[in-house]
Design a protein around this ligand. Sequence first.
Ligand code: SAH
Length: 215
Amino acid sequence: MRDDSYRHKGLRKKMILELKEKGISDEKILNAFDLIPRHFFLDLAFVEKAYTNMAFQIGAKQTISHPFTVGFQTQLLNLKKGEKVLEIGTGSGFQTCILCCLGARVYSVERQKQLHLTAQKIIDDLGYSPKLFYGDGYKGLNAFMPFDKILVTCGAPNVPELLKKQLKVGGILVIPIGDGDSQTMKKITKVSENEYQEEDFGVFRFVPMLERKAK
Ligand code: SAH
């Protein structure tokens, strides 16, 4: 496992102050950012920059989300300890660990096999135990439904019907919608079996949600 030095810990404190300034106010989320060494999830070449508010390549042409985006999406989920959460787009596994750290029971799906395998290793090393799946997140995880919360960390052209179906009544789906360069962050609350309430939360940039597993 990599070294988590005082320097890294100091950089994390600074990142947390920046997150606070930008509007991440939930202390439990900020504490999770303090506990998870973000530099473990990045290529060694980027370690020095791990705590700046930037997105980085993580392989397979994918990126780890900006810390602010991770904080913002997590805050929208309004997570409670013990809730069952489905994440689409494991990527580096950083967001997955933040969710675990907040006490969620996490299921996370990734369509790129290499990323799925690399994330599994880092997450094991850190001692968290979410259930990771190599598959197509458009389908969700029917065998494990219903979920209290669903978080999509790639830009989707539309809201996948199956994800809405796999949400509990009262549950929340956070998903960036748009198939161009940028997406609108949506929070969709399942009000009843067939009724959803939708709210918009600004513009973000994500890598696209693609159909089917990659090899
Ligand atoms: N939460 C990640 C974000 C990674 S970027 C992190 O913190 O690192 C989004 C990820 O979504 C990419 O790894 C991409 O391969 C994945 N993805 C895109 N379409 C998908 C799909 N249909 N099913 C599962 N994963 C998908």
